[in-house]
Write a protein that binds this ligand. Sequence first.
Ligand code: PEP
Length: 256
Amino acid sequence: MNRKKIIAGNWKMNKTALEGGTLAQEIAAAVGKETVVEVVLCPPFTALESVGRAIDGTAIRLGAQNMHPERNGAFTGEVSAEMLRALFTTHVILGHSERRMYFGENDAFINRKVLAALANQLRPILCVGETLTEREAGSTLAVVQRQIEGGLQGVTKEQITTIIIAYEPVWAIGTGKVATAAQAQEVHAFIRNLITKLYGQALAQKVRILYGGSMKPSNAPELLAQPDIDGGLIGGASLEERSFLDLITAAAAVNQ
Ligand code: PEP
């Protein structure tokens, strides 16, 4: 199955509106016509508008890093799917480990966001992954299974291929420690099997599963060559034009 690779940049809490617009313009100038790889930029909320303007008319897509499941109301500091859509956002990262860790998000709450995103024509990038303690305790697959099953509650067969899953071992995020290609492939294959059990093989073969965790141009080719790794969710290496473009080149090379 030839799944189109995705390279998504998660800028986290970095870049002002101005800085983000400038970086997006540089990326758009270099790969705005890229169609072999799906490129997604996920700036902070405050830079969605300037980045959206910079990539307008290109093949690059705009993603948010979070959203609230409710449509509107008394949720100070939060942003809804409808608000994101109004800024031409097409993707949204949900359940990132930093949200789970620092903001106490659990699978049930993340599931509400997944359903709200789908109801508003936003593509969720659902993040899952184990901590170092969980890996050392041998519970990696059980944790990932719980997060996937919890996150996908109520997601229908018609919706499942809209979802992008990102496997991000927490111990590899921003630490410079990358999962080996074999370690990552093992979990990616497990996730695809799980989706096969839940939704059937034909649909599971279409779902894109990204790897995230210190992916950079030097380790990307080996990771992206794995049969069940369909791209990358990139933190640190997405903040600088050169490394992000090199990751897109690496993904394009394996897609051909
Ligand atoms: C992330 O936070 O989604 C991520 C993968 O970060 P980094 O690439 O910096 O490890």
